[in-house]
Design a protein around this ligand. Structure first.
Ligand SMILES: Cc1cc2nc3c(=O)[nH]c(=O)nc-3n(C[C@H](O)[C@H](O)[C@H](O)COP(=O)(O)OP(=O)(O)OC[C@H]3O[C@@H](n4cnc5c(N)ncnc54)[C@H](O)[C@@H]3O)c2cc1C
Length: 398
């Protein structure tokens, strides 16, 4: 038996950030990660936003800056050009390893190749977990378990606190060498050539390295995204025909919840964070910045609740914080996303025409779901184009 104040399940951005904040607050902390190393299996495309990465102190060397946004639909090909880079594509492995180093430097332990299998509880309170580790099957006793296991929500599900997600996205991508790509422009591709319920992407990491992927939403689509991606790669349809020789170097596969966040993310002795809590922006499957930010709050509030027995009440500040920050944004994104999942080639062309009429700033706010109600109201009433007015109206209607 091993004893810690806080046991964190999952060494993704949420778990590593929670470990950093918990250890910084002097809680004895361990992260259990099932893979052999941090970021061994990449489950994300790594697009994020430079202002958020700066705010979260992620070093500039961890990302490739992006200025322009190109969108290709069956008969449109548009580009919104920015003056300065606002978005970025992360070197995911470097970023997560950096987060691991931060956590370790504050005193958190990290145990790789350690898969959590079951939970231990007493009188409706989680008191630990059982894991297979390189040292054998071990019981970890703790005052608080933080479930940062991503899509699987392993602790919450095993403890009977959460159900399997029923709506989710599956994304697959190849990280590739290519002869040359504009490293400042990311590309989204829509329409049935690319996905029957979702979209495909080309995200540059440097002049000669790019992530090419596609995603589908379940249950809307039952199609196999790997077959779709292979057909996109083989047929080399635009924009892949512009990249010269393309050679896959890594294959990435991931699942992301797509039904909004979980109602409850705190229980006696248990807290959920990151994808486990459903905290991502569902519009573009984007959750890394939330995982880091809410992970740090989770570790902070968790450590401060130790003296209060890590009861549900003592963790409330965490849930209040993240709900105030993203609940309404996630709800707005879900409205646009459910519209997008039903689009056909013709309606996608019309949607891309609307996007073409947005300023870069409005497009970024739209894709990040970060409009304030007053700004949305203004756009819904005064945008010069009727279709854009209607789109902003849909997001506004709560
Ligand atoms: C295809 C795809 C593309 C995406 N693209 C983007 C993007 O461009 N930008 C963006 O911001 N977000 C993107 N996301 C979402 C983003 O990846 C997630 O929101 C983010 O990774 C959530 O972080 P997390 O730490 O909660 O979970 P994860 O990153 O999933 O980390 C969970 C960790 O827990 C570990 N784990 C799971 N079960 C156990 C267990 N039983 N025992 C021990 N360890 C366990 C896993 O191995 C993993 O390391 C994408 C998601 C997918 C699926």
């Amino acid at each position: 038996m091993a004893k810690y104040d806080i046991v964190i399940v999952g060494g993704g951005p949420a778990g590593l950030s929670a470990a950093y904040a918990a250890a910084r607050n002097n809680a004895s902390t361990i992260v259990l990660e099932k893979d052999d190393s941090i970021a061994q299996n990449i489950r994300t495309s790594g697009v994020s936003w430079i202002d958020d990465m700066k705010r979260l102190n992620i070093p500039e060397k961890c990302y490739n800056p992006i200025k322009n946004f190109r969108i290709i639909s069956p008969s449109k090909d548009i580009i919104l050009k920015g003056k300065t880079p606002k978005s970025c594509v992360l070197d995911v492995r470097a970023t997560y390893q950096y987060l691991a180093t931060l956590a370790a430097s504050e005193g958190a332990e990290i145990s790789v190749r350690s898969e959590v299998q079951s939970v231990v509880s007493q009188s409706n309170k989680i008191t630990g977990i059982m894991a297979n580790t390189p040292k054998g099957k071990t019981e970890f006793e703790s005052k608080l378990v933080i479930d940062a296991s991503g899509f699987s929500s392993i602790v919450a599900r095993k403890g009977g606190y959460a159900k399997n997600w029923t709506r989710y996205g599956i994304g697959v991508e190849y990280e590739c060498y290519c002869d040359e790509i504009d490293p400042e422009t990311w590309i989204l591709m829509v329409g049935d050539k690319f996905s029957d319920a979702g979209y495909a992407w080309v995200f540059p990491i440097s002049k000669q390295r790019v992530r090419i992927g596609t995603g589908v939403g379940r249950p809307e689509s039952i199609s196999d995204p790997i077959k779709k991606l292979n057909s996109i790669m083989e047929s080399k349809i635009t924009p892949l025909d512009e990249l010269g020789s393309i050679q896959p170097i890594e294959f990435h596969y991931g699942l992301i919840p797509n039904e909004g966040s979980r109602q409850s993310t705190i229980f006696d002795g248990l807290l959920l964070v990151g994808d486990s809590a459903g905290q991502a922006n569902p519009l573009v499957l984007e959750g890394i910045r939330f995982a880091i930010e809410f992970g740090r709050i989770a570790g902070d509030v968790g450590a401060k609740s130790l003296l209060k027995g890590c009861t549900r009440e003592s963790l409330e500040q965490y849930e209040k914080f993240w709900k105030e920050r993203v609940s309404s944004k996630i709800k707005s994104s879900l409205k646009v996303q459910s519209r997008w999942l039903k689009m056909n080639n013709e309606t996608w062309d019309r949607e891309v025409e609307i996007i073409q009429k947005m300023s870069v700033e409005d497009f970024i706010d739209f894709i990040k779901a970060q409009f304030t109600t007053s700004r949305l109201m203004k756009l819904a009433l005064t945008h010069p184009h009727a279709a854009a007015k209607q789109l902003f109206g849909i997001i506004l209607d709560k």
